[in-house]
Every structure is written in C-alpha cells, then in structure tokens.
Ligand binder design. Structure first.
Ligand SMILES: Cc1cc2nc3c(=O)[nH]c(=O)nc-3n(C[C@H](O)[C@H](O)[C@H](O)COP(=O)(O)OP(=O)(O)OC[C@H]3O[C@@H](n4cnc5c(N)ncnc54)[C@H](O)[C@@H]3O)c2cc1C
Length: 382
C-alpha cells in the first residue's frame, strides 16, 4: 500500500500542476500528483510551441483564454515565481473569402467579450511581422495581448508554489487501475502500490483514453502527432516579432531564441502514440515556411521534435465530473491549446471541486456533451 490522499491528480504536465496549485489554494487536504515519468512536464507540455492566444471562435474558448492571460500576467504575484508572458501578439493571415467571413464573425464575438483584437489590411502587416510575404493576403487579425511563454517556467512556478502548500509529487508512479465502490472511486492502483482516495483528477492529456479504459468509459481524446522545426540565428527576427498563423496553409511561426520556430498541423495524421520525427513532415513545414518567409532560404535547422496533441472531436477541452463514476473529475483534451488555457483550467477545476461558482461558464466543456450531442466545434484550430 502506498498510502491515502484526499485528492490524487493523475499527470504531472502543465494541466496537472496548475490544478494542483489552485486546488491546494482551496485547502482540499492532502493532495498527491502522480506522474509515471521521472520528471514533470515530459509529455505534451515539453513539446508545446509556447503560444498563448484568446483569438478563438467560441465564447467558452475566448473566455478561458482571456482568464488565462490575466492569470499569466499576475503569475509572479500568485506563485512567487518569475515566468515571462511575452505579449508580442498573435496574427492570423487570411486569404480566402471563407476565412475572411469566419474571422470577421470571430472578431465580432471576441470584441463583444472585451478582447483587444484588430482587423489589419495587408499593408499593416510588415510593421508587426517584417519580411512575411503578403502574397494572397486579404486581411489579418491581430491581438497585441496574445503572445508567448515558456511552458516549463510556468510549470515549475506552479510546482514550487504547490509544494510549499504541502502537495506531494510522486514520480515514476504510473496509475494502472481504478477501483470503485458503489459507483464511487475508492482506490488507484499504481506501479508503486495502491492509493486510497475519494477524489481523482484526470490530467493525463494524450493518454486520457487509457484512463477511461480502466473503468470501461470511452473518453474521446485522441493522440495526434504534430511536428516543429526551429532555426538558427536570423537577423531579421526582431524581439517584437509575433506568433503568425497562415490560416490557409496551417503554417505557424514565431521568434524562438534568436531564430524562428516553425510548426504545421498535418491534418492527415492518424491517431497514434508515435512521436518519431517524420522527414516528410519536416520537409512539408519547410516548404510552407519558405513560401511565406522567403528569407528563410538562409536559415539552418537548429532543432526539431514531434509531440502529441490531445484532440477531442470538437477541439474543446473536457472539464467536469465523470458521467459514470463519482469522484472522478476530468481536466484534459485541450486539443493543442492546453498550455495557454492551463491557468484558467486549474482555477475553474478547483472552484467546481470546492463547490464554488466557476469563473467561466464551462458547460460547453462538460464530459456529458458527447453523449447528449451538445457539441459546438472550435473552428480556429492550429
Ligand atoms: C507540437 C506541439 C505544439 C504545441 N503548441 C502549443 C502552443 O503553442 N500553445 C498551447 O497552449 N498548447 C500547445 N500544445 C498543446 C499543449 O502542449 C498541451 O495542450 C498541453 O501540454 C497539455 O498538457 P497536459 O498536462 O494535459 O498533458 P501532458 O503534458 O502530456 O501531461 C500529462 C502527463 O500525464 C502523465 N501520465 C499519463 N498517463 C499516466 C498514468 N497512467 N499515470 C501517471 N501519469 C500519467 C504523462 O506522463 C504526462 O506527463 C502543443 C502541443 C504539441 C504536441
């Protein structure tokens, strides 16, 4: 027997640690984070591009990200750890009439919710993103409050603050089974022994499906490979260079160290846990990047990696109580925007568990929505 806890958080990624921090602030008793690897943040969190944006197409995603941006800004006050939210902005380049129609609709919704977003003409683009080709661009949207952050800085800030409040972190502890009593969670089986607990928070990101399989529930989160390439030093990338998304091609890029980070969502990739680097995927990223930033001709590849998105059918997170077993709460399936929504996700999760009104109405993120068919797709997915 490993022991007993008032709450066990499965998964030591950015979501698990944000939940640990906010739950500890609610004084929920003794909390253990169990992580199967020897380090925190070695899953999807370590692969993230660091983008933070509130330019989404649904109210709930805009509100979750706006709350997160506020919490990122006050991070040092809340956790006593430094972590930079570099508000260089996010720009979406729009080419087709369909994109312009969709993003105009999103822009109106974002404005109505108080987001400082702007519609730019092509001539306005170079002042924010110099050397980006304007070929085919009709409009761009730009939000100066969006930006970039290092997921590990934020994760480590949450870790230190959570530990100070008494949260225990158990490494190399893999949850292998869940035992229930009268449809309520009773015990977690782990590779280091059993933990008795009445409350489990599932923050396993791309591995979520495997947790559901332990008690016969399909939690629709698919692991999908995404790749990234970074370049060596480039003198045209200035400190204010924003995150830019070329909506038509799916390419995105931002400043990274003294060079650039380039990413692309290959929508043809089938779900799997494979994170090997596919050279064809790398070539496709470079080809799209050269079209949009011809100056990259001079760039050297510095690094590349592959990681897993934790994708749900509607590209919204799953946050809420399990529909079958009492005492299991899900905070997962962020569909590629889990770093940016981690602060709000941790806060609303802790509020709901503490029986408080959540800061954001997250009804659209309920695990039940797939069963009852109450689904709205997030359209602005990278
Ligand atoms: C290439 C790429 C680029 C991305 N870019 C961005 C971006 O710019 N902005 C953004 O917001 N998001 C981005 N994301 C998405 C972001 O990385 C994820 O949404 C986020 O990291 C999810 O965090 P998590 O804590 O849920 O998952 P993870 O970081 O994967 O953490 C889950 C943890 O659970 C552990 N675990 C799983 N099963 C068990 C078990 N049975 N027992 C114990 N432990 C277990 C895992 O080891 C892991 O550490 C990107 C993702 C990728 C792959």
């Amino acid at each position: 027997m490993r022991g007993q806890a008032d709450a066990v958080i499965i998964g030591g990624g950015i979501i698990g640690l944000s939940v640990a921090f906010y739950l500890a602030r609610e004084k929920m008793g003794n909390i253990i984070v169990v992580e199967k690897e020897p380090f925190l943040g070695s899953g999807a969190t370590s692969k993230a591009a660091g983008g933070i944006r509130a330019q989404f197409s649904t109210k709930v995603n805009i509100e979750m990200s706006m709350l997160s941006e506020k919490l990122f800004r006050q991070f040092e006050d809340d956790t006593s750890s430094k972590a930079l939210f570099d508000q260089v902005g996010y720009m979406f380049l729009l080419q087709t009439d369909e994109e312009v129609t969709q993003f105009t609709r999103d822009y109106e919704l974002q404005k109505s919710l108080g987001l400082n977003v702007q519609m730019l003409k092509p001539d306005d683009v170079p002042q924010y993103a110099p050397h980006v080709s304007l070929d085919g661009i009709q409009f761009a949207t730009f939000c100066p409050n969006d930006g970039l952050g290092d997921p590990h800085e934020f994760l480590s800030g949450y870790e230190h603050a959570a530990r100070k409040m008494g949260v225990e972190i158990a490494f190399e502890t893999e949850v292998t089974g869940i035992e229930t009593n009268n449809d309520a969670v009773k015990l977690l089986k782990t590779s280091q022994g059993n933990i008795e607990t009445p409350l489990v928070i599932n923050c396993t990101g791309p591995q979520t499906k495997l947790i559901g399989q332990m008690y016969g529930v399909n939690i629709p989160v698919e692991p999908i490979k995404r790749q990234i390439v970074t370049t060596g030093e480039l003198d045209f990338v200035k400190p204010f260079f924003p995150m830019v998304v070329d909506v038509k091609s799916g390419l995105y890029f931002h400043k990274e160290s003294k060079g650039m980070l380039l990413g692309w969502a290959d929508k043809s990739v089938e779900p799997s846990f494979d994170i090997s680097i596919d050279p064809d995927y790398t070539d496709a990223i470079l080809e799209k990047a050269l079209d949009r930033i011809p100056q990259l001709e001079e760039a050297e590849i510095a690094n590349q990696w592959a990681g897993l998105y934790e994708t749900t059918p509607d590209h919204h997170a799953i946050i809420g109580w399990d529909s079958k077993i009492k005492g299991i709460f899900h905070c997962t399936g962020f569909s590629g925007h889990g770093f940016m929504q981690a602060p709000a996700a941790g806060l609303v999760t802790s509020e709901i568990i503490a029986s408080k009104k959540p800061s954001v109405d997250i009804t659209p993120l309920s695990p039940k929505r797939f069963r009852v068919g109450a689904i709205t797709n997030e359209k602005n997915v990278i």
